[in-house]
Design a protein around this ligand. Structure first.
Ligand code: CO8
Length: 263
C-alpha cells in the first residue's frame, strides 16, 4: 500500500510514522487510519524493528483529532462503525510487542490524545496541547479516551478534561503523569531518538516481556498481575540476552544483546 497521509520511515531498527496532513493539522480521516493500520501490520511483522516513534508533520500539530468534516456526516450507525474501526487500530498500536513513543509536537486533541496515550510513553514539545474537546462538538471521545485516560491520570482528572473539553499544556500534562518529559520544540525529535536508541540497545525479549507484564497486569488485580510478572520474568530467560546481561555484569563489561533465543 502506498502512503499519502502518513510518512513511514525505518532506520537502524527504529520506525517512525509521521501523520502527514499538516493543512488539516494531521486530523484523522478514514484514509489516514487505513494507512496507519497497514503500517502497524508491517511493523508487527518485521522482527528487525525495535522501537516505533509517532509524530506529526509540521510544527503545529501531532494530531488535532478525528476529521470533523467526516464526523459531521455520521449517523449513529456510521459513528459506531467509525469508532469500532478507530478503536481496532488504536488497540493494534497498544498491542505492538515493540516499544512505542509518542513525540507530541503541537496539538494532540481528541483522537490525537487517544493515540498518544495508547503509546508506551509521551515526550512532548513545549508548545504541545492535549485535550478531549469532543464535548464542544456535542460528542464524546470514541477512540478509547473515556477508558484509557482515567486509567492513566486518574478518574477525576480525566472527567474534568472530558466534561470541560479544555486544553492543557505539555507542562500541565507532565504534572498529571500524562507526559514523561517536556522538551524545547527544536530538540524534541533528537531527544526522542536518543531514548529510542537507548531502548533499542536493550534485549529484545526482555523489553517485550516487560511491556507484556505491565500492559497485561495493569487492569488485573494485584495477585493476577504478579503471576503475569512471574511468567514474563521466566520468558526473559528464553533469550541468550539473560545469560549475556548477567555474565557481562560479572565480567565488568558492557552487555552485547543479540535478541537470540536459547535453542
Ligand atoms: N478535523 C478537520 N479539520 C481540522 C481539524 C479536525 N479535527 N482540526 C483542524 N482542522 C483544520 C481547520 O479546519 C483548518 O482548515 P482550513 O485552513 O481549511 O480552514 C486547519 O486545520 C487549521 O486549523 P485552524 O485554522 O482552526 O487552526 P487554529 O490554530 O486557529 O486552531 C485548533 C487550532 C485549536 C486545534 C483548532 O483547529 C481546533 O479546535 N480543531 C479541532 C479540534 C477538535 O475538536 N478535535 C477533536 C475532534 S473529535 C475526535 O477526535 C473524536 C475521536 C473519536 C471519534 C470516534 C468516532 C465516532
Amino acid at each position: 500500500m502506498g502512503y499519502e497521509n502518513i510518512i513511514y520511515h525505518v532506520e537502524e531498527g527504529i520506525a517512525t510514522i509521521t501523520f502527514n496532513r499538516p493543512k488539516a493539522l494531521n486530523a484523522l480521516n478514514s484514509a489516514l487510519l487505513e494507512e496507519l493500520s497497514d503500517a502497524l501490520d508491517k511493523i508487527a511483522a518485521d522482527e528487525d524493528i525495535r522501537v516505533l516513534i509517532l509524530t506529526g508533520a509540521g510544527d503545529k500539530a501531532f494530531v488535532a483529532g478525528a476529521d470533523i468534516s467526516e464526523l459531521a456526516t455520521f449517523n449513529s450507525l456510521s459513528a459506531k462503525n467509525f469508532a469500532t474501526f478507530g478503536q481496532n487500530i488504536v488497540n493494534k498500536l497498544q498491542k505492538l510487542a515493540i516499544i512505542v513513543i509518542a513525540a507530541v509536537n503541537g496539538f494532540a486533541l481528541g483522537g490525537g490524545t487517544e493515540i498518544s496515550i495508547a503509546c508506551d510513553f509521551i515526550y512532548a514539545s513545549e508548545n504541545a496541547k492535549f485535550g478531549q474537546p469532543e464535548i464542544n462538538l456535542g460528542l464524546i471521545p470514541g477512540f478509547g479516551g473515556t477508558q484509557r485516560l482515567p486509567r492513566l491520570i486518574g478518574t477525576n482528572m480525566a472527567k474534568e478534561l472530558i466534561y470541560t473539553g479544555k486544553m492543557i499544556s505539555a507542562a500541565e500534562g507532565n504534572q498529571m503523569g500524562l507526559v514523561n518529559k517536556v522538551i524545547a520544540s527544536d530538540q524534541l525529535m533528537d531527544e526522542v531518538m536518543k531514548v529510542a536508541k537507548e531502548i533499542a540497545s536493550k534485549g529484545k525479549v526482555s523489553l517485550r516481556a516487560a511491556k507484556q507484564a505491565i500492559n497485561n497486569g495493569i487492569n488485573a488485580d494485584l495477585s493476577t498481575g504478579l503471576n503475569i510478572e512471574i511468567d514474563a520474568f521466566a520468558l526473559s530467560f528464553a533469550s541468550l540476552d539473560a545469560k549475556e546481561g548477567t555474565t557481562a555484569f560479572l565480567e565488568k563489561r558492557k552487555a552485547n544483546f543479540t535478541g537470540k533465543l536459547n535453542q
